[in-house]
Design a protein around this ligand. Structure first.
Ligand SMILES: C[S@@+](CC[C@H](N)C(=O)[O-])C[C@H]1O[C@@H](n2cnc3c(N)ncnc32)[C@H](O)[C@@H]1O
Length: 180
């Protein structure tokens, strides 16, 4: 990751949430439809999943987030001692290089979820992947734009057959992994 997450800027976090309503609408319906009772929210930021009244745990590497129920740690290095119905990874993997994507997926499987949902806030390409430079108002940073084939190859390597790449809009994508 080329970014340092050390802000307690709740405005930026809220803006992120508002920019991707279709993703959050989808996640909330998914939780209801699939009767999800426990969620591990990876890179949860300011706890966007506020509507979920069930068993929720967030993990975020940003030490400045001031919220209850959040484990302040690097997900890739943390050892979990319990299971979750669903792992949610929204707007996180784009900040990493492609080679880390598999680590996020493998790590998610450790909590034995029925579902893993990965949200991409910048769309998905058909093939290949590339690093994009974003010139924001306050900073310049890089994001990885993934290709569908990147996910397909990783899922094949991990023996995951039941997955779906759902493009909710040009920018908002959710990848759903279902495990029996
Ligand atoms: C773009 S924000 C997304 C926040 C939230 N998921 C949302 O959708 O609004 C990415 C978040 O991922 C967190 N993050 C990045 N790498 C992480 C890691 N290895 N472990 C835990 N959190 C991480 C950052 O601190 C940041 O809060």
């Amino acid at each position: 990751m080329n970014e340092k997450w050390d802000t307690n800027d709740s405005f930026s976090y809220k803006r992120m949430y508002k920019r991707h309503p279709s993703i959050w609408k989808f996640v909330n319906s998914f939780i209801k439809d699939e009767n999800i009772t426990s969620v591990l929210d990876v890179g949860c930021g300011m706890h966007q999943l506020y509507q979920f009244s069930g068993d929720w745990a967030g993990i975020d590497v940003n030490p400045k987030i001031q919220k209850d129920k959040i484990i302040k740690a690097d997900f890739l290095k943390y050892s979990f001692d319990r299971k979750f119905d669903m792992v949610l990874i929204m707007g996180v993997v784009e900040h990493y290089l492609c080679e880390h994507l598999k680590q996020f997926i493998e790590k998610s499987l450790e909590v034995n979820p029925k579902y893993v949902l990965i949200g991409l806030f910048g769309g998905i390409k058909e093939k290949g992947h590339r690093r994009k430079t974003i010139v924001g108002r306050h900073r310049v940073y890089s994001l990885t734009e993934y290709g569908k084939d990147t996910f397909e190859n990783i899922f094949k390597e991990l023996g995951i057959k039941d997955f779906q790449i759902k493009e909710l809009s040009k920018k908002d994508v959710v990848i759903i992994v279902r495990r029996k």
